[in-house]
Design a protein around this ligand. Structure first.
Ligand code: NOJ
Length: 526
């Protein structure tokens, strides 16, 4: 397990929307390189860049046409290698996004696979020989010279790569350990080696649980595949790491992932922290800002002060997962990602400060989505590149109040996506100047995390107080005690050890072994 993960704080960058240095209205590698000092200054020491490979962009780059070639709109492979180098000079690691479950239907493997005549790639994808096997999975028929239908992994443009079936029961289904399935796995390892040999520090893995089809409920066969990949990491790239889009740490981490995300889906307790509302994404096709499609009265999220909620829904999911995986890998709590509505959609700056204080004092490796450090809004705008309701979360970064918020010199109408039109749109520049801003609060939270070993990914975590209908959550990290009260009422707790308040937000008090947390507050005691 790489040591550096213990103190890692990741920053996710959607490259389209980060920083445009050549005035074409879309972000690029040089733009990211240019902002490394800023990124470092906030306290982030690792990046995850969304897919930046050659692609027709039917799914924002998750439809890869060439795994080994940078998308020209972001720059060249050499520009990306320079980004790796400049990041490393500043002590920042760089993860790319690996999309192993599917390619674009324009990938050369697939163009070959579609041919009637057998070739090296005929079995690289999942093909059924007849048009009547559409059981349980979406298939596409009638689009190839080859007589057959192919399985999809996501959108129509994303045919499923063939890692076999857990229990093949049709003649055209191959086994998870068939020659063709192993060849696909090895091809993906070759892609990983290509980038890691050139300075990449690891990968965020897209739909990591989706590879072997009709897998057992415990994902045994997909798990075996990742165990094999982990062997490669341990042997050849011991300083590199993998984080999975899986959200089942027990399955992902125990099968080889170094980290697994908490994702915004109904199966995880994560949703109860920030987005416990009925999610009615824009149906208008985009009419402006701040879609009011959330019924705030029904929002039960723990970090929404009015909700007066408690942490137990989250812990019911988190604790068993944490206890089963804590010696093997890390759970990664995220502020959000390119698929989720931004937190600012429903949370105020004060609520966000407390939410992030929690995120940066919990075990595991935290991930923040670009723009969340200044509280960028979720915008109600028309879809782009297969984004649909996710598009409003992907708008260009807001650095300052110059043209296009400092994102690009292009004309506003030529930008990748429109930006927040409101007069109080948050920017980095403005928040740098305000010592109580969200940005400067996150800086302080990250400084604290980097300073104390007890706040690192692997330091022990125990719950001191978490009860139903009680907003107060008190937990120990090593010898430190953290307490969070996101609600509008005053709370208190007796039985803490430690004599000094090391960090606080809002009004808090420590007297003897008793802590008092006024509305919307947070404290760390040591
Ligand atoms: C998950 C990614 O996060 C999402 O953006 C993408 O559309 C799908 N996987 C398909 O690759």
């Amino acid at each position: 397990m790489p040591e550096w993960l213990k103190d890692a704080a990741f920053y996710e960058i959607y490259p389209q929307s980060y920083n445009d240095t050549n005035g074409d209205g879309i972000g690029d590698f040089d733009g990211i390189t240019e902002k490394l000092d800023y990124i470092k200054s906030v306290g982030f020491n690792a990046l995850w860049i969304n897919p930046c490979y050659d692609s027709p962009f039917m799914d924002a780059g998750y439809d890869v046409r060439d795994y080994k070639k940078a998308a020209p709109r972001y720059g060249t492979n050499n520009d990306l290698f320079r980004l790796f180098g400049e990041a490393h000079k500043r002590g920042i690691k760089v993860f790319l996004d690996l999309v192993p479950g599917h390619t674009s239907d324009k990938h050369k493997w697939f163009l070959e696979s579609k041919k009637q005549e057998r070739n090296e790639y005929s079995d690289r994808y999942i093909w059924a020989d007849h048009a009547f096997f559409m059981k349980g999975h979406p298939y596409i028929a009638g689009m190839s010279e080859r007589d057959g239908i192919y399985m999809l992994n996501f959108f129509a443009s994303q045919p499923a790569l063939n890692y076999g079936f857990a229990h093949p029961n049709e003649p055209w289904q191959m086994s998870y350990d068939s020659e063709a399935a192993i060849a696909t796995r090895e091809a993906m390892k070759d892609v990983m080696r290509f980038w890691m040999d050139r300075g990449c520090d690891g990968f965020r893995v897209d739909m990591a649980d989706s590879l072997v089809k009709d897998d057992d409920p415990d994902k045994k066969y997909t798990g075996l595949l990742w165990q094999n990949v982990r062997e490669m990491f341990d042997k050849e790239y011991p300083e590199c790491a993998l984080v999975s889009e899986w959200s089942n740490p027990e399955q992902s981490i125990l099968n080889g992932f170094h980290m697994d995300f908490t994702l915004d889906n109904p199966q995880t307790g994560y949703r109860s922290l920030f987005r416990d509302y009925r999610d009615v994404l824009s149906k208008s096709g985009g009419s402006g800002i701040n879609s009011d499609s959330v019924d705030l009265a029904q929002d039960k999220s723990y970090f929404r002060s009015e909700a007066d909620s408690d942490i137990t829904k989250f812990l019911d999911w988190y604790l068993p997962q944490y206890n089963k995986t804590k010696d093997k890998g890390y759970i990664s709590i995220i502020s959000g990602n390119h698929d989720t509505p931004r937190l600012r959609r429903t949370l105020s700056y004060d609520e966000l400060k407390i939410a992030y204080a929690f995120m940066y004092t919990m075990p595991g490796v935290p991930f923040m989505y670009y723009g969340d450090e200044i509280g960028m809004r979720y915008l109600d705008i028309p879809t782009k590149e297969g984004g649909y309701g996710r598009t409003g979360t992907r708008t260009p970064m807001q650095f300052n109040h110059e043209a296009n918020y400092g994102f690009s010199d292009a004309k506003a109408e030529d930008l990748y996506l429109p930006q927040d039109p409101s007069l109080d749109a948050p920017t980095v520049e403005e928040q740098e100047a305000d010592k109580n801003s969200l940005l400067n609060t996150i800086r302080a939270e990250l400084t604290l995390r980097h300073k104390y070993d007890d706040l690192k990914a692997d330091a022990p975590f125990t719950v001191l107080h978490a009860e139903k209908n009680d907003p107060l959550f008190v937990y120990k990290r090593g010898n430190l005690t953290c307490a969070v009260n996101p609600s509008k009422r005053e709370t208190s707790f007796e039985g803490v050890s430690g004599s000094k308040v090391l960090f606080s937000l809002g009004e808090t008090e420590l007297s003897g072994n008793k802590i008092t947390l006024k509305p919307q507050s947070f404290m760390v005691i040591g």
